[in-house]
Design a protein around this ligand. Structure first.
Ligand code: ADP
Length: 283
């Protein structure tokens, strides 16, 4: 599904004394069926960007093409519910919004507004649970009594139940331990590989991002200042630092070895692969 930002600008509180320009002439094109990541310092406009993709906010200039629909100030969006059906947005701490007494009701709540038959609703809920790696035994459970990792999975299932083509995660690792983060990486990769979803992740967690992103957009000074596959982007260590963005620990180590010892180790996704390289060099 095409998602393309064309010269997008966004000003909060436009034409008031509190006016604040966040984005200016921003161009970016999301890569379909890949894991896209948007990184940038806090306040650089990452959340503003993803809220525009499903028209929660409208650009103050330029437009965004999402499939056949243009999101822009001058024209009304013809079918906003179809757009939101296709683009699922999972906010930071989604489980804080739980208000149903069972997992089944929590996941199925959003489907109520559509005229699905009871059997189809059950099937969709069961499929969504399966996609996040939980089985039907969770259906009668109280979502508030689950572990943090399980809560996050149920919150994600409540979006996947609509079968969106695009799934957007806003800071998905906040509040998760390393085991739950690894489960989330597996889930995101499976959504791409098995279910052909386009993924967009907004995060400041560069170690998490490095393990799963395919393509990265770096946001700074109201626009995209760097983009490319993760190896291209993370090889620009000095540029990233200039824009206040850290690099994954595994890259930082390789960079240090290159700078201080003149040894080029290559970039690795996993620390274990890097350790194997070190053994090889040590020999
Ligand atoms: P990020 O996700 O990169 O941290 P945001 O998109 O949330 O950045 O916010 C970008 C900037 O816009 C921040 O400076 C934030 O304070 C400001 N902002 C966000 N929402 C509003 C709002 N409703 N009114 C005014 N300013 C806002």
């Amino acid at each position: 599904m095409e998602i393309k930002f064309n010269n997008v600008g966004y000003i909060y509180n436009e034409k008031s004394s509190l006016e604040k320009e966040i984005l200016k002439d921003l161009n970016l094109e999301i890569k379909s069926n890949q894991i896209n990541a948007i990184i940038g310092k806090s306040g650089s406009g990452k959340t503003t960007i993803i809220e525009m993709i499903n028209a929660l906010i409208i650009p103050t200039s330029g437009n965004i093409k999402v499939d056949n629909c243009f999101i822009e100030k001058k024209s009304k969006i013809v079918n906003i519910s179809l757009l939101r059906f296709n683009v699922g947005l999972i906010f930071e701490f989604p489980e804080e919004q739980f208000f149903n007494k069972t997992v089944e009701k929590e996941i199925g709540f959003g489907l109520k507004t559509f005229n699905y038959k009871t059997d189809e609703i059950k099937q969709r809920i069961s499929n969504a649970l399966k996609m996040v790696g939980l089985d039907d035994s969770y259906l009668p459970r109280n979502p508030h009594t689950l572990s943090n990792g399980e809560k996050r999975k149920v919150a994600i299932a409540s979006i996947l139940v609509f079968n969106p083509k695009v799934v957007i995660f806003d800071e998905p690792t906040v509040g998760l331990d390393s085991n739950s983060k690894n489960n989330l990486i597996r889930l995101i990769k499976m959504l791409k590989n098995k279910y052909n979803k386009t993924i967009i992740v907004v995060t400041q967690d560069v170690d998490f991002l490095h393990k799963m992103a395919d393509y990265i957009f770096v946001l700074s000074d109201k626009k995209v200042v760097l983009e490319g596959d993760k190896y291209q982007v993370f090889s620009e260590v000095e540029t990233l630092r200039k824009h206040g963005i850290g690099v994954p620990k595994v890259i930082e180590f390789s960079h240090k070895v290159l700078m201080e010892k003149g040894i080029k180790m290559g970039y690795r996704d996993e620390i274990n692969d890097l350790i194997k390289d070190i053994y090889r060099y040590a020999k």
